[in-house]
Design a protein around this ligand. Structure first.
Ligand code: ATP
Ligand code: MG
Length: 451
């Protein structure tokens, strides 16, 4: 992409309404524009990152054997009357009446709708196990929308629903989701720690929230610092292997890590004092096993091998796709702007031409652009007729992890400069070597190509 042909409405001033750094940088970098409280337009740069995150979520869900689909944003109230949640959900649910006086709602989640789909088609144990998921806009009329996309009213969420014959199979689905989420967040350059959370009215141990540690997080968390040493890495997973998924769950959840809702001071005090941590975290996902709560209420049953009819066992599992942009920025920035992890960066590399109009500099930039594009990468070429200082400030703000700087003086010696946004370190290389290095870096980060 050439900056002169793009739409990147960068702001110089810090918007006064933004209280936290991710919100400030998303506004300043021209990623989002508020349209009403907690409702945003996704401008091209923000849209690109949103789509990268969405693609990673899709890839990892499909890798785990989960089946993508798409349900509508608008739902009929009658489905929610069947489960009893139409009255229980309260004011967070946006209720709408259509021209025929039918009660509708903008979906805050999809348990009822997916249970209705399931019961319409699936009758036999032979069709199980099944996990259906979608990535769709949700609406929750939050009392205090704030922090930009972190707590929106309209937000983008992956929600998946497992259907299993019995409790053991449903718990394996739960574990499979936990494993797939660990992989998903790590690909985004994030450490999201599974923490034991509140089961709410359903109770039980079977819910974990995934939290990214950040001072601006809304949840108070308590953990053993040893959990932060755990990484998933590039281990091979067989998602059908019950023992393997169970052992990964145990590895990642046996150390103390809880939100304030389930915090137990006595257990916490058993951790050696130097490892006890009290901090704040951003919830970027939650997994839940709830058994037959919806299937019983809505009559979603299956026939077992010996001819009995039983309600199907279920769980639901969410990832806050749009919130993740904010969480990643909270976890990865400095005082100049965003620092995107390679896995989600909107463009792989910036090209800064120090002297637009200089024949050699222009030609070298064009050649770099062509070579990176031919290698399957997406460069952003700042081809504006601007001072170098302004170009650097824009690149630092929008946070591309790598920048190639091209100027007549370097070219006279056959070199360009390759700079890491994270460390600020630069090295002089031939243009070919710079391209080669970027290609090698991204070979380790198979990032979906963008929009
Ligand atoms: P919270 O406690 O933050 O209100 P929740 O527990 O009600 O969230 P879930 O129903 O578990 O949310 O939804 C799954 C994921 O969707 C959450 O983990 C979070 O990342 C994201 N999410 C929930 N509410 C919002 C919101 N208002 N804006 C953006 N993302 C959200
Ligand atoms: Mg939650």
């Amino acid at each position: 992409m050439r900056l002169t042909r793009y739409f990147l409405p960068v702001l110089k001033e810090t918007p006064s309404e933004a209280q936290i750094v991710s919100h400030r940088y998303m506004l300043r970098a021209g990623m989002i524009k508020q349209s009403a409280a907690g409702i945003y337009s996704w401008l091209p740069l923000g849209f690109r990152v949103l789509k990268k995150i969405e693609s990673i979520v899709h890839e990892e869900q499909m890798r785990a054997g989960h089946v993508p689909m798409l349900m509508p944003t608008m739902q009929p109230a009658d489905l929610w009357r069947e489960s009893g949640r139409y009255d229980d959900y309260g004011q967070e649910m946006l209720r709408i009446t259509d021209r025929h006086e039918r009660d509708m709602l903008f979906g805050p989640t999809n348990e009822e709708m997916v249970t209705d789909i399931f019961r319409s088609y699936v009758k036999s144990y032979k069709d199980l196990p099944l996990t259906l998921y979608h990535i769709q806009w949700k609406f929750r009329d939050e009392i205090r929308p704030r922090f930009g996309v972190m707590r929106g009213r309209e937000f983008y969420m992956k929600d998946g629903y497992n259907f299993d014959l019995d409790r053991d199979a449903a718990l394996h689905s739960y574990n499979r989701h936990l494993v797939s989420y660990l992989r998903t967040y790590e690909r985004m350059g994030l450490q999201a720690i599974p923490m034991r959370a509140d089961g709410g009215p359903i109770g039980g141990d079977y819910t974990h929230e995934f939290l990214v540690l950040a001072e601006t997080g809304e949840s108070e968390v308590f953990y053993d610092s040893a959990v932060t040493d755990l990484t998933f890495g590039d281990r091979e997973i067989d998602y059908d292997n019950v023992a393997q998924c169970q052992s990964i769950l145990e590895e990642f959840t046996s150390k103390y890590a809880r939100t304030d809702e389930t915090h137990d001071e006595a257990l916490f005090n058993e951790i050696p004092e130097e490892r006890r941590r009290v901090a704040r975290g951003i919830e970027v996902g939650q997994i839940f096993y709830f058994g037959t709560k919806y299937s019983e209420a809505m009559g979603a049953t299956v026939q077992t091998a010996d001819g009995n009819t039983v309600p199907v066992e279920m769980g639901s599992h969410g990832i806050g796709v749009s919130r993740l942009l904010g969480a990643i920025i909270e976890a990865s920035h400095d005082d100049k702007g965003i620092i995107w992890p390679e896995g989600v960066t909107p463009f792989h590399c910036g090209i800064v031409n120090l002297k637009q109009g200089d024949e050699a500099a222009d030609a070298a930039c064009e050649a770099l652009y062509a070579a990176l594009t031919a290698a399957g990468l997406e460069p952003l070429y700042d081809d504006r007729n601007e001072r170098a200082g302004g170009k650097f400030a824009t690149m630092d703000l929008i946070g591309l992890p790598w920048r190639i700087t091209v100027g007549p003086r370097g070219l006279a010696n056959g070199v360009v400069e390759l700079t890491s946004r994270r460390t600020g370190e630069s090295e002089e290389l031939s243009p070919e070597a710079a391209v080669q290095k970027i290609v090698e870096i991204y070979a380790k980060h198979p990032t979906p190509r963008g929009f």
